[in-house]
Design a protein around this ligand. Structure first.
Ligand code: BG6
Length: 492
């Protein structure tokens, strides 16, 4: 097998939060694990004038903060930092892009050039046009666009159009880092690598699907971004809808990029539109108030620095969605995400129908239905809840869980999502990235819900930090005859 391809990776927003928290540490790990060819370089781009040396020390701090101590080897870190360089570029300055072209020109060019745009989306088109103007959009170039891509359908389509005018679709990698998570990949393995589940994956057997992305963290120092973004644009439009697609899509004919993305697109297009009163009836949006998370008191959203005292930005969303296909008609897909919730947990819960008849008599009580829990974080794994006989003379059934704990089973450190995604970009594999039509279809479904909320003039419902959201998040399901799985029992 040939070694990894050599690359020059240019990170726009090189001094930003994403670069420090995710990209630089991910590149350190790839370097440490021999996944980066010797002559590959990483060039941080920012607006501030600074020397390569300053950028390297910035990156060193980032690695010391983010990389596990046991994984941080001083010699390896030093060697990694030698790959790094810095250039100040103003996104409006053609001259600065000419300087970038000069820096990137080398006689023995790398096999690929990656431009990672970790900047505000309003700069995406302009940066790509400048790159093209200095010839940096040749066949070996790839551009990575970090979410959020636009703020609604029209702005996303405009970005797609302008970027698409200078880079071809197969050069454009739209990141949704949830697609890089180990368990999301495992969901594909579970569904399409086993004969067991697929025949059950149907409305005849499944009662509802619940996808939860719950966070303990608040908005940190990101008020400026979050105030005009909110949970719908930050988490639902991308991460939650992508997970929904992987759960609900038909088996693709291959694992190639377009085969998978074609199937995901069909799911997005089959989502029943939610508009006006129907959107209000099938959604809940909330905003955290002061409370306690993990034993520590935390302020409410409106008290966070940089947030307006009367802000209507939602930090919590629940949506009851429907996929209008023969496979899924009538099966509600409950989507839930929020900040400052009771615990950090990302999971997909498939609730099966109960058995049609209780053979074990009234003393047994109701028989809980089977449930498949696909846990993305923490403790990545798959848990199947089944019923078994409780030991003893009486015939009593008790729920037990068949657990597949990935960390314990495979005993290897799972790749961080960005390690996997950066590797796939260098390999030129688009399977884990969103195509332009997928992105636009997701916005097309989200826009009318946002419009219904705005037209209603209502403020999001308050919830206490450290809870599971406003009480209406529970009553929404109760009205439909369902319950969140942590309410249906003590969780798993
Ligand atoms: C990001 C959002 O896309 O995902 C953040 O902008 C959120 O608000 C984060 O905290 C969650 O990602 P993860 O991988 O920590 O679950």
């Amino acid at each position: 097998m040939s070694g990894p391809e050599s690359f020059d990776m240019v990170i726009f927003g090189g001094l930003g939060d994403l670069a420090s928290r995710k990209l630089i540490p991910a590149l350190y790990y790839l370097h440490r694990d021999g996944q980066i060819a010797d002559d590959s370089r990483v060039i941080g781009i920012g607006r501030s004038a600074m020397q390569g040396e300053d950028f390297r020390s910035h990156a060193e701090q980032a690695c010391r903060r983010q990389v596990r101590e046991a994984d941080l080897d001083e010699d390896t870190l030093r060697a990694f930092l030698q790959r790094l360089d810095y250039l100040a570029v103003d996104a409006r300055s053609a001259e600065d892009f000419r300087a970038l072209a000069t820096l990137l020109r080398r006689p023995e060019g790398p096999e690929c050039r990656v431009y990672f745009l970790a900047t505000a989306p309003t700069l995406f088109a302009q940066i790509c046009e400048h790159l093209a103007a200095v010839g940096l959009n040749d066949a070996c170039s790839r551009v990575v666009l970090e979410k959020p891509l636009g703020t609604d359908h029209d702005s996303a389509a405009a970005i797609n159009r302008r970027v698409g005018a200078v880079f071809s679709e197969r050069q454009i990698f739209r990141i949704d880092h949830y697609l890089g998570k180990e368990t999301v990949q495992n969901l594909m393995a579970l569904r399409f690598g086993n004969a067991l589940f697929e025949p059950l994956w149907h409305r005849t057997n499944i009662r509802d699907v619940q996808i939860t992305l719950a966070e303990e963290v608040g908005i940190g120092g990101r008020a400026e971004y979050y105030e005009h973004t909110g949970a719908m644009r930050d988490m639902v439009q991308n991460h939650l809808l992508q997970l929904l697609c992987i759960v609900a899509m038909e088996p693709p004919t291959a694992t190639g990029a377009d085969a998978v993305r074609d199937e995901k697109l069909k799911v997005l297009r089959a989502l029943k539109p939610l508009r006006g009163a129907e959107a209000l009836a099938h959604t809940v949006r909330g905003q955290y108030r002061a409370g306690a998370v993990a034993g520590a008191a935390v302020p409410g959203y409106r008290e966070e620095e940089g947030v307006a005292g009367d802000s209507h930005t939602e930090t919590f969303v629940v949506i009851q969605s429907q996929i209008e296909t023969w496979r899924w008609a009538g099966v509600p897909f409950f989507l839930r995400t929020g900040k400052r919730l009771a615990t950090r947990r990302a999971e997909i819960v498939i609730n099966f129908h109960p058995v049609p008849l209780n053979l074990f008599g009234p003393e047994q009580g109701p028989i809980p239905a089977n449930r498949l829990v696909i846990r993305l974080q923490p403790d990545e794994g798959v848990h199947l809840h089944v019923l078994a006989k409780q030991p003893g003379p009486a015939m009593r059934l008790k729920p037990v869980t068949l657990n597949l704990d990935f960390a314990r089973t495979f005993k290897v450190r799972p790749l961080d999502a960005y390690e996997r995604l950066l590797t796939e970009v260098v390999r030129g594999n688009l399977t884990l990235f969103m195509r332009n039509d997928e992105l636009e279809a997701a916005w097309r479904w989200v826009d009318p819900i946002l419009a219904a909320w705005a037209d209603s003039g209502e403020a999001p419902k308050g919830y206490t930090a450290g809870s599971w959201g406003p009480s209406s998040a529970v009553s929404l399901l109760a009205r439909a005859g369902h319950a969140w799985h942590e309410d249906a029992d003590s969780g798993d």
